[in-house]
Write a protein that binds this ligand. Structure first.
Ligand SMILES: *[C@@H]1O[C@H](CO)[C@@H](O)[C@H](O)[C@H]1NC(C)=O
Ligand SMILES: *[C@@H]1O[C@H](CO)[C@@H](O)[C@H](O)[C@H]1NC(C)=O
Ligand SMILES: *[C@@H]1O[C@H](CO)[C@@H](O)[C@H](O)[C@H]1NC(C)=O
Ligand SMILES: *[C@@H]1O[C@H](CO)[C@@H](O)[C@H](O)[C@H]1NC(C)=O
Ligand SMILES: *[C@@H]1O[C@H](CO)[C@@H](O)[C@H](O)[C@H]1NC(C)=O
Length: 414
């Protein structure tokens, strides 16, 4: 009897122990599964910086210091953070008085991706240490990875808060903000859409936006000019032979800077102080002279890193971000300009953006007399952008200027 009881007891003991061992092994399995399936790569840097971030979250509102520098070179592809798709948002914009605003689109895909209140502009009042630390996880132009706090803040702390929204409905109009965004693509040569472009409330342009001599095809007005320090300094060299003299400078024009790298922050510091640039690629250049007398702090806007990252993440996420050269991959200036229009206008007509039949046209509309080929640089995913413009057009979010018959839109020249 006694031996039978002890045998049953032994059996129970063995069963309990194996159950405990089983549960423990499941738990560790579960734990390692979450780690592997999470968005983080298992790299020591990430583990280290996550802990760092938690530490900061616990002591919010306490004086903080910049996190240790994260280096682009330490990542073999775009790193993923669990806060990657979380963005700084602005106060809701003016309630739209426009019945057919793209903001009211019922397209499910667009509604899912579109953030009507995304923070558009960076200024001294919307940056602080926790913002700095958050944005230091993203490479330029999407954040401050690799950059030193003092070097960037020397200019960011000078950027005034914009006093008014970029665009307002025109008085006496239909309550809608109607915009044309004009890219530089060859499709515009011979298009004769200049008057149509100029008839919009506002005209956006970027980069080598030569209008003089091309008015019939591209119009002559510019209300918003989107640029980088590189594009505004390099355009006279690239487009000089086609008549480019200086950036557009219509009276009251709004200038929008894409802060794409350290050189743009150095440019900004010189511009905002009314001085020459001190240090870097544009050392000794006078930024103020590049705006032909139309530079005015109250009409100068700097795009926010969260806006740029949101555009990339939600609309233009190139598979090249998983390649070794991931850190240079970003949407074109034209793409950022078009998305800026999508967030500040009620209707957007895009002209001079890449279309399926791009091979029929020169690279730039200014190349009238020699047929050039469209150049694909590794830092931009032109095919992805081309398909995105067409998709937005088909969903009736934008109107894309195309020269193919709409009916034959399904055939894709290869
Ligand atoms: C990360 O990059 C920095 C700067 O290039 C380098 O000094 C450091 O050794 C790298 N760290 C690792 C773990 O590769
Ligand atoms: C830092 O700035 C962000 C964005 O403007 C804001 O949401 C946050 O509350 C600020 N944090 C502190 C601690 O001031
Ligand atoms: C653009 O062209 C129109 C019509 O030719 C003209 O009235 C207007 O002054 C021009 N605007 C600019 C900014 O050159
Ligand atoms: C800049 O624009 C503001 C607002 O329109 C105006 O009051 C100011 O005089 C302008 N400054 C210069 C230097 O033109
Ligand atoms: C530009 O347009 C003109 C007028 O349509 C045309 O004659 C010319 O061949 C075009 N240039 C190129 C390079 O396509």
């Amino acid at each position: 009897m006694a031996s039978q009881i002890s045998r049953i007891f032994l059996l129970l003991l063995v069963m309990t122990v194996s159950l405990v061992v089983f549960i423990l092994s499941q738990e560790s399995l579960l734990k390692s599964w979450t780690v592997f399936s999470g968005k983080h790569e298992l790299r020591w840097e990430n583990v280290f910086f996550d802990i760092n971030l938690w530490g900061q979250e616990e002591k919010t509102a306490v004086a903080e210091t910049p996190i240790p520098l994260l280096y682009r070179g330490n990542f073999t592809k775009l790193p993923q953070w669990d806060f990657d798709d979380v963005y700084n948002q602005d106060a809701p914009p003016r309630p739209t008085t426009c019945a057919h605003s793209l903001r009211n689109s019922q397209d499910e895909n667009f509604k899912k991706a579109f953030l009507p209140n995304i923070r558009l502009f960076l200024h001294k009042d919307n940056i602080n240490m926790s913002e700095w630390n958050r944005l230091s996880h993203f490479n330029n132009p999407f954040g401050f990875m690799d950059y030193k706090y003092d070097e960037v803040m020397a200019s960011v702390k000078l950027i005034p808060k914009p006093k008014e929204p970029l665009l307002l409905p025109k008085p006496g109009g239909d309550g809608c903000v109607h915009c044309a965004v004009v890219g530089t693509a060859g499709i515009l040569n011979g298009s004769k859409v200049g008057a149509e472009i100029d008839a919009h409330d506002y005209v956006f342009r970027m980069n080598g936006a030569v209008t003089k001599g091309y008015e019939e095809d591209v119009g002559n007005r510019t209300s918003v000019y989107v640029h980088t320090a590189h594009s505004i300094t390099a355009s006279p060299y690239f487009f000089g032979k086609y008549g480019y003299k200086s950036a557009p400078h219509d009276e009251g024009i709004k200038y929008v800077l894409i802060p794409e790298g350290m050189r743009d922050f150095q440019w900004l510091e010189g511009l905002l102080k009314g001085q020459e640039v001190s240090g870097g690629q544009f050392n000794k250049k006078w930024p103020g002279t590049y705006y032909s007398g139309q530079y005015n702090e109250s009409r100068f806007y700097v795009l926010h890193q969260d806006f740029l990252r949101y555009v990339r993440n939600r609309f233009l996420k190139s598979p090249n971000l998983n390649k070794r050269f991931w850190a240079i991959v970003r949407p074109t200036n034209g793409a950022f300009a078009l998305f800026l229009a999508l967030h500040t206008c009620d209707t957007v007509d895009a002209y001079g953006f890449m279309t399926d039949d791009y091979m029929k046209y020169s690279n730039y509309y200014v190349q009238k007399y020699i047929k050039t080929r469209v150049i694909f640089y590794a830092n931009h995913d032109y095919k992805l952008e081309k398909n995105t413009w067409k998709d937005l057009h088909n969903r009736k979010i934008i109107k894309l200027y195309q020269r193919m018959e709409p009916e034959s839109g399904t055939e894709k020249p290869k």
